[in-house]
Design a protein around this ligand. Structure first.
Ligand code: PMP
Length: 432
C-alpha cells in the first residue's frame, strides 16, 4: 500500500488540477507492467498509462534509443525532414493498403483528428462532422466537438456542424430496441436524424473501432460495413480513430484490418510512440493532392518531430518481434474468461465486453435491474490501487462505472492472474 498524500497535496499548490483529483501514488520508476513509488511499492498497470505504453514501461529497445541518441537532431524547423521521419512514413505506407499512402506526424491524438477533420472539410467543401455520442477524440476545438459533451461543459457550444449518432450499446440499447444483439437499427435511426439536421454540408464521420470512452463498445464487422456504406451514400469521408487500437491491441496491427473496409483517414497516436508523444494522420494521395491545391496548411512546433519518429520505428519492430498482436488476442481471450468467472461470482458485474486486450467491466447494483453503481465502481477502483492494481474507469453519464482494462501487450499470464486476483479481492472488500 502506497500513499504519497502529503507530496500530492504539496504539488497541488503549483499544479493545475487538470483531471479532477490526482492519485495518491507518485511514480518514481516504471518497468514492464509495473510502476513504482520511491519506497518501492509496486502497482500493476492495467491501463498502459493513458493507453500509450503498449510495450510496457521502459522497453529495452526504447532505452537503447535514448542511450544511443548522441548528436541526432531532436528538433528541427518544420520544413526540414529527418531520416527517422522519412523512414517512418515509408514504414506506415508499407504496413497499410496502397490507397493510404500519405501521412503527417504530430504529437497527440487530438491533433491527428483535428488534421483529419480539417482535410475532410477542405476536400469536401462541407463542414458537418458526425461522431458517436460519448466518444473521445481530443481536446482541440474540432476533435472536442465530436467528443463526449461533458468535456465541453462551461465552454459554450461545439463548433457548428457537430452531429452525433448513438453508440450501439447492446447491453443498454440506446433506442430501447434490441434485446442483446444489435441489428443496426440505432445506426439507421441515428443517420436519419443527422440527415434531418444536416444542411447538405457533410464532411466526415469519425469512429473508433471499439468506442472506448463511450463505454467500451465494440463496433462489430457487419455494423462497420453498414456504417461505411451509409457514409459513402452521403459523401461522408470516414475517419478511423485508432488512438487506442492500433499496434496490436485488438489482434491486428491496425484494427480496421479486421474489416473489409479502408477508411479515408486513419488517425494514430497513443500507441504509435509507445509512451512518447508521437501521432500520425494517414490519408489517400487523392485527398492530399486536392487539399494541397486548396492551400492546406498545418504547422505546429513539433510537426515531423525527428526524435519521436525514432520510437515509432522501434514500435513496429517490437510489435512483430514479440508477436504482440497475436499475444493480445490470446491473452485477451484468457483475461476475458477470467473476468467472466468473476462475473459469475459477483452480482455487481453486469457485463464483460471488449476484444483483445481492450476490455470493459460494467458495475451495476444488480444484474436484473442493471441500475448503475457509480459509488461501488469508484470504491473498487480505489481499493484496487491500495492493493497494487492500477485501473481506469470510463464514466458515462447515466450509465455508471465501466472499468477499462487495457494492460501493456507485453504483460505475462502470471501478471494477468495477479491483476484478476486483486480485482476479485477489491470487489469482495467493497461489497462487504
Ligand atoms: N482519440 C481517442 C480514441 C482517445 O482515446 C484520445 C485520448 N483519450 C484521443 C483521441 C486524444 O488523444 P490525445 O489525448 O493524445 O490528444
Amino acid at each position: 500500500q502506497s500513499s504519497n498524500l502529503k507530496e500530492v497535496e504539496d504539488a497541488q499548490k503549483t499544479l493545475i488540477r487538470y483531471c479532477g483529483e490526482f492519485s495518491n501514488f507518485i511514480a518514481e520508476k516504471a518497468f514492464g507492467s509495473y510502476i513504482y513509488d520511491k519506497e518501492g511499492h509496486a502497482i500493476l498497470d492495467f491501463t498502459s498509462g493513458q493507453m500509450c505504453s503498449v510495450f510496457g514501461h521502459n522497453h529495452p529497445k526504447f532505452i537503447e534509443i535514448l542511450e544511443k541518441s548522441g548528436d541526432r537532431a531532436i528538433h528541427l524547423l518544420s520544413s526540414i525532414l529527418s531520416p527517422s521521419v522519412i523512414n517512418l512514413s515509408k514504414r506506415l505506407a508499407s504496413e497499410l493498403p496502397d490507397s493510404l499512402s500519405k501521412c503527417i506526424f504530430l504529437n497527440t491524438g487530438s491533433e491527428s483528428n483535428e488534421v483529419a477533420i480539417r482535410m475532410a472539410k477542405l476536400v469536401t467543401g462541407g463542414f458537418e462532422v458526425i461522431g458517436f455520442s460519448g466518444s473521445w477524440h481530443g481536446m482541440t476545438a474540432g476533435a472536442q466537438s465530436c467528443t463526449y459533451s461533458k468535456t465541453r461543459k462551461g465552454y459554450g457550444p461545439a463548433i457548428p456542424g457537430s452531429l452525433m449518432i448513438p453508440a450501439p450499446y447492446e447491453y443498454r440499447c440506446p433506442i430501447a430496441h434490441c434485446k442483446g444483439s444489435c441489428d443496426h437499427t440505432c445506426l439507421e435511426v441515428g443517420m436519419k436524424m443527422c440527415d434531418q439536421q444536416s444542411t447538405g454540408a457533410y464532411a466526415a464521420l469519425i469512429a473508433e473501432p471499439l468506442l472506448s470512452a463511450a463505454g467500451m463498445i465494440e463496433l462489430k464487422p457487419d455494423y462497420i460495413k453498414r456504417l461505411k456504406a451509409l457514409c459513402d451514400e452521403r459523401g461522408l469521408l470516414l475517419i478511423f480513430d485508432e488512438a487506442q487500437t492500433a499496434l496490436g491491441r485488438l489482434g491486428k496491427t491496425f484494427a480496421f484490418q479486421q474489416y473489409d473496409i479502408v477508411p479515408d483517414f486513419l488517425t494514430l497516436s497513443k500507441t504509435l510512440g509507445g509512451g512518447l508523444p508521437l501521432a500520425a494522420m494517414v490519408t489517400t494521395k487523392e485527398i492530399e493532392e486536392a487539399c494541397h491545391k486548396k492551400g492546406f496548411i498545418y504547422v505546429t512546433s513539433h510537426v515531423s518531430d525527428p526524435f519521436c519518429a525514432t520510437f515509432g520505428l522501434a514500435a513496429f519492430e517490437i510489435l512483430y518481434e514479440e508477436k504482440l498482436a497475436q499475444k493480445a488476442l490470446e491473452l485477451g481471450k484468457y483475461l476475458k474468461e477470467q473476468l467472466i468467472k468473476l462475473q459469475e461470482e459477483h452480482e455487481c458485474i453486469g457485463d464483460v465486453r471488449g476484444k483483445g486486450l481492450l476490455l470493459g467491466v460494467e458495475i451495476v447494483k444488480n444484474r436484473e435491474t442493471k441500475i448503475p453503481d457509480d459509488t461501488l465502481g469508484q470504491n473498487i477502483c480505489n481499493r484496487c490501487l491500495e492493493l497494487g492494481l492500477n485501473m481506469n474507469i470510463v464514466r458515462m453519464k447515466g450509465y455508471g462505472s465501466i472499468f477499462r482494462i487495457a494492460p501493456p501487450l507485453t504483460i505475462s499470464k502470471k501478471e494477468i492472474d495477479l491483476g484478476v486476483t486483486i480485482l476479485n479481492q477489491a470487489i469482495r472488500d467493497c461489497i462487504k
